[in-house]
Design a protein around this ligand. Structure first.
Ligand SMILES: C[S@@+](CC[C@H](N)C(=O)[O-])C[C@H]1O[C@@H](n2cnc3c(N)ncnc32)[C@H](O)[C@@H]1O
Length: 343
């Protein structure tokens, strides 16, 4: 199927890219390695393999006596990354499980790993996934309105718009995209979809742009005005909508909640969990789960505030600007069972 542009007028006007096509720059590598303080022989789980940037550093640090287990929902991309890592000299060294990181416990069981010294989740999607229009993640590149991280199963974004209620869509847009005027926008989007279903990413992007141009002048002056700055366009109104829909399509919040529930039990004594999140809803969840784990004695230590990328990294890699890193360390000895800590 060929996707014809309805000329949203936006193609090719995004920010200048800083990551080569087909690659993904790993974020806050030094900070993560510092938090994990890995040594040769350690066991690490990278729950979000992507391009394998973090994995590659883990493989190097734990050496041939160590173990790196990687997971990713995206089967095709995981195979590409596996070949890349093999060519980079890590042949036969990576344990790969393509699937949802909510199943990390089962994956560890499958590979005979009772506990990990470090677990990383770098949430969201990779640059490679955004770069492929056929995956439907990009509001700037025309493709089917899909957005599934695992294209072999589950409901597409188009399917979601067909079945979801206006109330649920509004709360998703607000919670996962911080979309202003989420209620009216959700109702308008579903009405438009009922008349002529959105088939492509650029059709939905065009709707978002048109809708915000209308409401921007009528109800919310300035909020969504598009300014063409000296160097780049400000955030396209579709960006937040696409983020929210992607999170809903892939049940990202349910997966993250599950991971946060089980992670401390999968760590070896003194082992560390680190999570990189990219929007406030995710970060709130991570923060409160780690704080609760600390109160309950599941963790001995957590970081006080989120760790942010350095100025240099934020300048070199715009994606790192919204990243927040949080970590939690398991006690060296198991916590005593107390009712009081069980809040
Ligand atoms: C931000 S990228 C990771 C980039 C990686 N750290 C690197 O250095 O290349 C996120 C990856 O996690 C995967 N992913 C997201 N949610 C997942 C889940 N619940 N289970 C497994 N993989 C997931 C996505 O398919 C994507 O490849």
């Amino acid at each position: 199927m060929k996707f014809m542009s309805r000329s949203s007028g936006y193609r090719g006007r995004g920010p200048r890219r800083s990551t080569p096509e087909g690659a993904h720059r790993p974020i806050m590598v030094e900070e993560i390695l510092r938090v994990f303080h890995l040594k040769p022989g350690d066991k690490v789980a990278d729950l979000t393999l992507g391009h394998g940037g973090h994995t590659e550093h883990f493989l190097r640090t734990v050496g041939t006596e160590g173990t790196v287990l990687a997971m990713d929902l995206d089967f095709d991309q995981a195979q590409i990354t596996l070949s890349r890592l093999q060519e980079a000299g890590f042949a036969g060294r990576l344990l790969l499980e393509t699937g949802n990181f909510a199943g990390i416990g089962q994956a560890m069981g499958k590979f005979g790993l009772p506990a990990m010294d470090a677990i990383l989740a770098d949430l969201g999607i990779s640059s490679m996934q955004i770069d492929k229009p056929e995956r439907g993640f990009s509001y700037r590149r025309e493709g089917p309105l899909d957005m599934r991280m695992d294209p072999r199963r589950g409901e597409t974004a188009r399917g979601l718009l067909t079945t979801i209620s206006a109330e649920d869509l509004a709360s998703g847009l607000e919670e996962f995209g911080d979309v202003p005027l989420a209620g009216p926008m959700a109702r308008a989007m579903l009405s438009a979809h009922r008349v002529t279903p959105f088939e492509t990413t650029t059709q939905l992007a065009e709707f978002c742009l048109t809708w915000h141009r209308g409401t921007g002048s009528a109800q919310n002056p300035g909020e969504w005005r598009l300014r063409q700055g000296k160097k780049k366009w400000e955030t396209h109104p579709a960006a937040r909508v696409f983020q929210a829909l992607r999170i809903m399509v892939n049940r990202e919040i349910a997966n993250l909640k599950h991971l946060l529930r089980v992670a401390s039990d999968l760590l070896a004594p003194g082992g560390t969990l680190a999570i990189l999140s990219f929007h406030s809803g995710e970060d709130r969840l991570v923060k409160s789960a780690l704080e609760q784990g600390l109160r309950q004695g599941k963790y001995a230590e957590i970081n006080e505030g989120p760790i942010r990328a350095t100025f240099e990294e934020r300048t070199a890699n715009p994606r790192s600007r919204s990243a927040k890193l949080r970590w939690a360390r398991r006690p060296l000895t198991p916590p005593e069972e107390t009712e009081a800590g069980d809040t």
